[in-house]
Design a binder for this molecule. Structure first.
Ligand SMILES: Cc1ncc(COP(=O)(O)O)c(C=O)c1O
Length: 362
């Protein structure tokens, strides 16, 4: 298929069976743990046709080659397996709390050393690269929506011989393609935008399609095979079905988010809006304390008070309700995952909850 297809067409078209007479149009959900000998697939912990369809589509969107995992965290663990024993990881002070927790745990056992930096402080990140094995980037970050200077950081890491991994969950390959900037690895919580319907837990790692990417891919694939953190065929099939509309969902959700971020800037019950100018996640510091923020999240009717993000339905959550969240995240911060509903309906619901819980004068 043409290399020059637009991302929207890639979402719809890639990973399908060849268009021969009688072939399935929908991608097949294959439920077999083993395959007749001497074919492309042998045992379903090693390779699987349903994985391959999703991996072809995601790989093409990111400009590399994808491997699907049981969850975003399984994908993170696979990438961390590339760091040598006692190796040095340069990582953000604030990012997805599961990544922060796994790094802290591995640090406490001596498996890795961690040098923590504020990713928005480019000079500090550059200074931290000396002697590092892996630079872990997440941009925009969860939940502060910090944006790192990816081109500068990736280029410097490459020059210093440091592997770079970018968690691209928030941006999706439609808004940002780190491999094209020179990153070695892209990580996704496929659970979020790529599958998009809050019905799947899944992850992916994407490597470059060149020699060094293939060497990394071989190690990652072996890790997946031997550690067994494999994706279920049903989940992978659902994720591919979700991916078919990624462009439409991202377009609508990001348009909604831009409108809401603008209106929230003017809202008397909102002290600060965090919105990087792209993507569909917005965070607000309410003009009140943690209890007030919890009150808002508990009061909305259309916005579901639930964890996770990237689904068609809008979600709201106070992130510091989790002890594992970075202390850099304000207690009164609400993360808003903007969905694809009507933007005025979303606004009315959120505005009413804010006004009911927060007294701007107080
Ligand atoms: C940015 C980011 N990366 C990774 C993960 C982990 O993904 P999963 O929950 O699919 O394991 C999450 C989950 O919230 C996330 O937000």
């Amino acid at each position: 298929m043409s290399e020059h297809l637009s991302p929207a067409t890639r979402c719809v078209a890639l990973g399908r069976e060849p268009s021969t007479p009688g072939a399935q149009v929908g991608s097949p959900l294959v439920l077999s743990s083993t395959f007749h000998a001497d074919g492309e697939d042998n045992y379903a912990r090693a390779s699987h046709p349903t994985w391959r369809a999703f991996e072809v589509a995601l790989g093409a969107l990111e400009g590399g080659e994808a491997l699907v995992y049981a969850s975003g965290m399984a994908a993170v663990a696979a990438v961390l397996s590339l760091v040598p024993q006692g190796g040095l990881v340069v990582a953000p002070t604030a990012a997805y709390n599961g990544v922060l927790a796994t790094l802290a745990e591995r640090e406490s056992t001596g498996e890795v050393r961690v040098r923590r930096v504020n990713l928005t402080d480019t000079a500090a990140v550059l200074a931290a690269l000396d002697g590092a094995d892996l630079l872990w980037l997440e941009s925009p970050s969860n939940p502060l929506l910090d944006v790192a200077d990816l081109p500068t950081l990736i280029e410097a890491a490459r020059a210093a011989g440091v592997l770079t991994a970018v968690d691209n969950t928030f941006a999706t390959p439609l808004l940002q393609q780190p491999l094209t900037l020179g990153a070695d690895l892209v990580v996704h919580s496929v659970t979020k935008y790529l599958s998009g319907h809050s019905d799947v837990i899944l992850g992916a790692v994407v490597t470059t399609a060149d020699g060094s990417g293939h060497a990394l891919r071989e190690r990652l694939e072996r890790h997946r095979h031997l550690h067994g953190a494999i994706a279920g065929p049903m989940e992978t099939w659902l994720a591919l079905r979700g991916l078919r509309t990624l462009h439409l969902r991202v377009e609508r959700a990001t348009a909604n988010a831009a409108v809401l971020a603008g209106r929230l800037q003017e809202h008397p019950c909102v002290a600060r809006v965090r919105y990087p100018g792209f993507g569909a996640i917005v965070a607000i510091d309410v003009a009140g304390d943690a209890a007030a923020a919890e009150g808002v999240a508990g009061r909305t009717e259309l916005w579901t008070h639930s964890t996770s993000l990237g689904g068609v339905e809008s979600q709201i959550e106070r992130r510091r309700r989790y002890l594992s969240e970075s202390s850099e995240v304000p207690e009164n911060l609400l993360r808003l995952s903007v969905g694809v509903e009507d933007v005025d309906d979303l606004w009315r619901d959120l505005d009413a909850a804010l006004r009911a819980e927060i007294n701007p004068a107080g």
